[in-house]
Design a protein around this ligand. Structure first.
Ligand SMILES: O=C[C@H](O)[C@H](O)[C@H](O)COP(=O)(O)O
Length: 222
């Protein structure tokens, strides 16, 4: 029987907030996606005094989520010099045994990285489907946010690194499906390049053990 996905996201969010929300944080990062909605809900329901905490968004959706929850948003570039974000919560599309994550399924990446890198603690909140021992087990590509003028060059480099699907195509610039013709733009007006690689992707422990990945066959060789 498959678990209810929304219930699973809600449960993960509740656990994450109950176990990790600090005593008196000054700044808390709020990621993007559907799971983070439950994190904000759990923060609201935690019964804490949230009035003196600045919540740092990772994009438009994240900022609206903070505002709609009645929390205080503070833009990343308004953080005082030298101040760290106490903790950042965010979702992921896939997480491997070494806690490497695929992110960007919802076309948010760049600001998520800014916030995560400025955070003392990063908590990834993910439902049971996301945890796979190797990346690219269920999620098909690595999303990369790219400045449009650099896209062709980045894709050429990705191809040299072995990015292509089993059918020998890719990487791809992500396009709108129904409501947008041509490439979608991120909150920074950048493109998302979706890069397929041989599946699944080796971890650094695999590489240390001497396993190699043939980028052209998409299979593991030992
Ligand atoms: O681009 C979107 C972000 O990286 C999300 O955090 C990620 O896609 C996970 O989203 P969701 O919680 O909706 O699965």
């Amino acid at each position: 029987m498959s678990l209810d996905i929304e219930a699973s996201k809600r449960a993960a969010a509740k656990e994450a907030v109950a176990n990790h929300f600090p005593e008196n944080p000054r700044f808390v990062g709020i990621g993007s996606g559907t799971t983070i909605v439950y994190v904000v809900q759990a923060i609201k329901e935690s019964g804490r005094d949230l009035s003196r905490i600045g919540f740092v968004p990772t994009g438009y959706q994240s900022k609206q989520l903070i505002i709609n929850a009645g929390l205080l948003p503070i833009e990343f570039d308004a953080l005082p010099d030298g101040a760290m974000i106490d903790i950042a919560f965010d979702g992921a599309d896939e997480v491997d045994d070494e806690l490497n994550c695929i992110k960007g399924g919802g076309a948010c990446l760049y600001q998520e990285k800014l916030v995560a890198m400025r955070a003392n603690v990063f908590i990834c909140v993910a439902d049971y489907r996301k945890l796979q021992s190797r990346l690219l087990t269920k999620w098909p590509t690595i999303p990369i946010e790219v400045e449009p003028k650099a896209a062709r060059q980045v894709m050429a480099r990705l191809r040299l690194m072995g990015s292509c699907s089993a059918a020998g195509v890719g990487p791809f610039i992500r396009e709108g499906v129904i409501t947008k013709a041509g490439p979608i733009k991120t909150d920074q007006d950048f493109f998302i390049v979706d890069a397929p690689f041989p599946q699944p992707l080796l971890t650094s422990a695999d590489l240390l053990e001497g396993k190699t990945q043939d980028p052209h066959k998409g299979i593991w060789e030992y």
